[in-house]
Design a binder for this molecule. Structure first.
Ligand SMILES: *[C@@H]1O[C@H](CO)[C@@H](O)[C@H](O)[C@H]1NC(C)=O
Ligand SMILES: *[C@@H]1O[C@H](CO)[C@@H](O)[C@H](O)[C@H]1NC(C)=O
Ligand SMILES: *[C@@H]1O[C@H](CO)[C@@H](O)[C@H](O)[C@H]1NC(C)=O
Ligand SMILES: *[C@@H]1O[C@H](CO)[C@@H](O)[C@H](O)[C@H]1NC(C)=O
Ligand SMILES: *[C@@H]1O[C@H](CO)[C@@H](O)[C@H](O)[C@H]1NC(C)=O
Ligand SMILES: *[C@@H]1O[C@H](CO)[C@@H](O)[C@H](O)[C@H]1NC(C)=O
Length: 543
């Protein structure tokens, strides 16, 4: 609209104010200025108009106060195909100096947003324009079923048909159950949680029923984002249920012990971030005044291993030959595979089976640990020390210093045995009786030949005992008295030989020289006796 027409419109408007109503030339009047209509129905808005004689009407239009300028409803996309003007050709009278016409606006398929003030406007050939102000107030209303909750009855509710156009009592209502089966009366009864739907209509406008009211339908529940739920991510559970009146939603976690779980109001249950403990079943309850319906949903939160530790059965120390089972325990979803390590070296073993040693050997002693893993992570366990207890192995005996053991010297026997716990040692001498010396080292100082012989040690711990093989101590006599004896013996042999040679010489001289003279004969016996004594002595010294 340009400035000129606006100005003219303003002038025309001034002419139409009630104070100037007596002036006959311009007028727009409406027989009904308040109209109420049901949604979906067709409404007719009428007007009578008058304009000065000898003018020609160039344009007739209906418009609303929605836009701040007169936009012809026929050009308004909100009304396209739904409006129709039926205008009667104006009749002009020279005596009254004016022309009079009527024009009716028809709107079909009324919507709630058609509620507005409608005005009629005429524009004439000489530039005059006139709008009928105020216009016609159109209210478009829904038929509504209202729920009236009686305090007395918990199993049912009253339904009341309601509309803003007709005051109660002025119209007859018809009720429908699931679209058919008409029932009469202003009120009807609804049993809580019934499956049927109820709507109402005004008698005479049966084709314009109210929206149906009904208890919630089975809710549909969904998880976003879809797919695998990983611990730490953000997850929403959403519940949707068709219901009229609109349902209220409650989320509850289903507890295994049937205790009342924590409930959250609202259509959405958000986890930010989600934790492994959030796994479980949830129930969404949709509730309106006509009933309640629930749907469950399970969520399974995936996570890498947590709290990985080794459990030993039996716990603690193991006897050699016994059996032991090591289990790796870890909280993981899905269940973890395990890798076993002994002294940080991986052990070949099946990933799910506990690590079992059926006949424990001393070499199995060591520090064990496991590592749990699934596609979401890895976690190592604590270290677990397996102590294998075993009786002493056959002890080994050594002698120090090595080599010949000389009388008067000092010798140390050492006993050593592999044992767990460490062995205690006791020394014995074969036949020789009671050495029974305690300790791994047995030192004999100032050894004598009498102390030579077989020795052995016994290793003993809580599990058992074991004797060593015999160790022979060959003590060599090297004292000064022995040297003297040998010298004496050599001297004795020399004297003996000399005596024998002398006797042979004397005997041969007696044979060759005839008769020996008696004076020269000497008795051999004392000499012989001496030899015999010497011989005896040398024999004993050689022993
Ligand atoms: C969950 O819902 C909240 C609030 O509606 C939204 O901000 C968030 O993006 C949603 N998260 C996911 C993973 O859908
Ligand atoms: C739905 O929730 C609203 C607000 O919390 C409450 O006023 C209303 O009574 C509830 N309706 C039902 C059917 O529980
Ligand atoms: C036994 O002798 C060895 C070697 O000399 C030594 O290392 C060890 O400590 C001794 N043991 C005891 C209990 O004295
Ligand atoms: C060794 O034994 C002999 C005889 O028993 C004794 O005479 C000598 O004094 C001892 N020597 C030492 C160092 O004890
Ligand atoms: C080891 O020797 C001790 C003492 O002679 C004896 O009592 C014990 O039975 C022996 N033990 C074994 C296992 O031969
Ligand atoms: C002890 O040693 C001596 C000298 O080396 C040797 O002749 C003797 O045969 C040994 N005795 C034993 C029983 O081995």
């Amino acid at each position: 609209m340009n400035l000129r027409t606006a100005a003219r419109g303003f002038v025309a408007f001034l002419l139409s104010v009630p104070a100037l109503q007596g002036k006959p030339y311009w007028a727009v009047t409406y027989p009904y200025i308040n109209i109420c209509a049901l949604r979906g129905s067709t409404v007719e808005i009428r007007c009578n108009y008058e304009y000065p004689y000898a003018n020609t009407v160039e344009k007739k239009l209906w418009f609303t106060n929605i836009h701040n300028k007169p936009v012809d409803l026929k050009d308004d996309t909100d009304y396209s195909g739904r409006v129709e003007y039926s205008c009667v050709r104006p009749s002009c009278s020279w005596s009254s100096s004016s022309c009079i016409g009527t024009c009716t606006l028809r709107i079909r398929g009324l919507t709630l947003s058609d509620s507005a003030e409608y005005q009629f406007r005429i524009t004439t050939n000489n530039g005059g324009a006139y709008s009928g102000v105020p216009g016609v107030k159109l209210s478009v209303t829904d038929l509504q079923v209202k729920v009236v909750i009686p305090s007395s009855s918990p199993n049912g509710v009253q339904l009341e048909c309601h509309n803003m156009c007709h005051r109660t009592g002025y119209v007859t209502y018809i009720w429908y159950r699931d679209g058919t089966q008409p029932l009469h009366g202003r009120l009807t009864w609804f049993n809580i949680n019934s499956e049927y739907r109820v709507s109402c209509a005004v008698q005479g406008s049966e084709h314009l029923p109210s929206p149906s009211v009904y208890a919630p339908e089975t809710p549909s529940v969904g998880v976003t984002p879809p797919g695998v739920i990983k611990e730490g991510s953000s997850v929403n559970l959403t519940c949707t249920s068709k219901a009229n009146p609109v349902a209220n939603y409650t989320w509850t976690k289903v507890t295994t012990d049937h205790s009342p779980g924590h409930s959250v109001q609202g259509q959405q249950l958000s986890f930010h971030p989600i934790q492994s403990s959030d796994s479980g079943q949830y129930l969404c309850k949709a509730k309106n005044e006509l009933g309640t319906k629930s749907s469950p949903i399970s969520i399974d939160v995936k996570y890498g291993p947590k709290h990985t530790f080794v459990i030993s059965s039996p716990p603690g120390e193991i006897m050699e030959g016994g059996s032991v089972t090591l289990s790796c325990s870890s909280d993981a979803n899905p269940a973890a595979d395990y890798t076993w390590f002994k002294d940080n070296q991986p052990l070949p073993w099946e990933p799910r089976r506990p690590y079992t040693l059926d006949s424990v050997h001393s070499k199995d002693r060591g520090t064990y640990r496991c590592q749990a893993g699934n596609q979401y992570g890895y976690l190592g366990s604590n270290s677990f020390f397996i102590d294998v207890l075993y009786a002493p192995k056959t002890p080994s005996v050594s002698v120090r210093p090595p080599g010949e053991i000389k009388e008067g010297g000092s010798v140390t026997l050492s006993c050593s045995s592999d044992a767990n716990p460490a062995a205690d040692y006791t020394w014995f001498r074969e036949h020789g009786g009671s050495v029974e010396e305690l300790g791994e080292n047995y030192t004999i100082s100032n050894i004598t030949t009498e102390l030579g012989g077989n020795y052995y040690c016994e290793a003993r711990n809580a599990v058992g005992l074991q004797n060593s093989t015999l160790m022979f101590l060959n003590v060599t006599a090297t004292s000064s008295s022995s040297v003297t004896t040998t010298t004496v013996a050599r001297g004795t042999v020399a004297v003996l030989l000399a005596t024998i040679l002398l006797l042979i010489f004397l005997w041969m001289r007696r044979k060759r020289g005839g008769r020996p003279d008696t004076g020269e004969e000497s008795p051999p016996c004392p000499v012989y006796h001496n030899v015999s004594a010497l011989t005896n002595r040398s024999a004993s010294a050689a022993q």
